[in-house]
Design a protein around this ligand. Structure first.
Ligand code: FES
Length: 81
């Protein structure tokens, strides 16, 4: 989320600044990285359920730790309205 905000990526508003309370940092993780990213916690899962466009690999980008293992990942941003 911080990387997206710092680079003005459209669709990542991060209204709660990473507090896992707004879901305005919604992203879609590609299938080949789904098992590599930070595991989904219960509070994130609960918040994602409020989205009408939740997908199988939906995540809140503020809950994803950027590591070398994510090198090459291509993330989709569904909230581009
Ligand atoms: S920035 Fe609010 S939930 Fe991620």
């Amino acid at each position: 989320m911080e990387v997206a905000v710092d680079n003005n990526i459209p669709g990542i508003d991060a209204d709660c600044e990473g507090g896992c309370a707004c879901a305005t940092c919604h992203i879609i993780i590609p299938e080949n990285f789904a098992a590599t990213v930070t595991p989904l916690e219960e509070d994130e899962h609960y918040l994602l359920d409020f989205l009408n466009n939740r997908q199988k690999n939906s995540r809140l980008s503020c809950q994803i730790e950027v590591t070398d293992a994510l090198d090459g990942i291509i993330i989709k941003v569904p909230n581009q309205d």
